[in-house]
Write a protein that binds this ligand. Structure first.
Ligand code: ZN
Length: 195
């Protein structure tokens, strides 16, 4: 029996994952997962690939899911992928992942031995390839993403393009669709137990 870990540890693990991916630059998907956290990297990369495949000259979609952690297997799990609404080039994209999945059991006790917690959200941002020339947009979590994480007390991971080193402001419009991308974490957010 593996007791549930302190909940405060989860978001630290998840953000550490994203931070390590960020420091490594483009997230590589290993052929064989080298740690349980590689599952999250691989899933994020698959959502990014889906985002790129859904992008057309006229529409684009964010995609995302909730991330769960099973304390028995020490593995992450992912809810069914949500595909955001088709968004024309002149509008900012968005996604609604719906309600946070409740923990299982709802109020885990040490004697339960095992629990599945929701530990974060994951969503993609969209290519600017077909958007009209305009100001660059922020790379990584938007102000809304940061605020949502703080409000929900739920860390968020965002898959987005790397900021070109030649720019200070972020991702330019007309950016190549296959340009390097990576995971970014929201900041200063920790998972909080239910009250
Ligand atoms: Zn976002």
């Amino acid at each position: 029996m593996i007791p549930p870990m302190p909940r405060s540890a989860y978001s630290t693990i998840l953000i550490a994952l994203a931070a390590s991916a960020a420091s490594a630059g483009t997230v590589a998907v290993p052929a064989t997962p080298v740690s349980p956290y590689a599952d999250t990297e691989a899933h994020a990369a698959s959502l990014w690939a889906q985002t790129l495949s859904l992008c057309t000259p006229t529409n684009r979609h964010e995609v995302g899911c909730w991330i769960g952690l099973n304390t028995s297997s020490d593995t992450y799990s992912f809810t069914t992928t949500t595909i955001g609404p088709p968004t024309p080039n002149s509008y900012p994209s968005l996604i609604d992942l719906g309600n946070i999945p409740v923990d299982d059991p709802l109020f885990p006790k040490l004697s339960d031995g095992v629990a599945i917690y929701t530990v974060g959200s994951l969503h993609t941002h969209t290519p600017t390839t077909y958007r009209e020339p305009d100001d660059p947009r922020i790379a990584g979590p938007s102000p809304n993403d940061q605020q949502n994480s703080l409000t929900l007390h739920m860390p968020g991971l965002v898959y987005d393009y790397e900021k070109p080193s030649s720019l200070t402001n972020g991702i330019p419009m007309g950016h190549p669709i296959n340009a390097p991308a990576r995971l970014y974490p929201t900041e200063k957010t920790t998972r909080r137990p239910y009250q």
